[in-house]
Design a protein around this ligand. Sequence first.
Ligand SMILES: [Zn+2]
Length: 352
Amino acid sequence: MSILACVLLLGLGGAAANPAPAAMAELTLQPFPSHVYKAEDRSHEPTASWIFSLTVQSTQPIQLAPESMAIDLMHGRQVLRHSTYNREGFEPLTYTSALSPTLPDGAPSPSPLYWPLSIRLRYVEPATLPVDAMHILVKLKDAQGRTHTVHQDVAISTYQQKAQLIFPFRGKGIVLQAGAMNGGHRDRSGQYALDSTVLDEGWSPLKPGDGKHNADYYGYGHDLLAPADGTVVRVRNDRPDQPVGDTSDPAYYAPEFPRGGDPGNNIVIDHGNGEFSMIAHLQPGSIRVTPGQRVAQGQVIGKLGHSGDTDTPHVHYQLQSGPDFRYADALPCHFDNIAQKILDRGTYFEAK
Ligand SMILES: [Zn+2]
């Protein structure tokens, strides 16, 4: 080996042992979901809302603290509103993501990726405000006191649903939990998800009983239906039900979901148009379909259960942009066989 090669190897070895200085870090802002949709609220005043996370991505490990932020709500090239945040205004919007950094589709990054800081942005605006994009400029301070400036444009659009959906069960029901803007599901693909259960003719969720047994719930074991034609792409059918009717016991979560969020037994149907239905928390062994199988709208696919992270027997439904709920975007949805267009927590409905 030549002296030159030796020096080069030592140099490389040194670089690997001591990470390059933080000033070299390249920062970008990654919105999650990667497509942000505004949806009309149920309100006496017509409003539309949207919510998303903006994750600061770094090519190197780096500590960052919020310094300031400026946001323009845009319509085309016109600024509808300009807002500025000082440190005190910016800081409460920031958090540290518990997720492992990946590319937006869930693939591991070919080069190291770090998520030192995330920002949560939530808007409720007059429904007529024609926002179609946000321009976001963020200033962050590293541990050496240097300021990093990074900006991102985020499109804000109204989703045009493609599939004609029916609700995943028929009959009277109630929404137990809805989307993020309604105090419910907050994750990337679940922002418009609905938890619901079947009610009896008198609109009651419970049979006589203390609610400790799954069988006390009228909806438990009710047939669940394919919301639209499609191809089954994912099935999980081996998870036990939670044994206590009104409890979510972590001991019954699948090992890969130690902190919760376990969908339990679930089915994902590809509707062939970029839309996928996910139906979760089914009874163990009740799923009648297998991956690759074509299903028709209304076909029985399984039974309402209490598997995964669930504190009462119910069905979780969400429309999403891909097969894997961890890396798909949430899609707003409505159902042709329910009169109400907007389903919030506590909504009683009848799926015809
Ligand atoms: Zn849910």
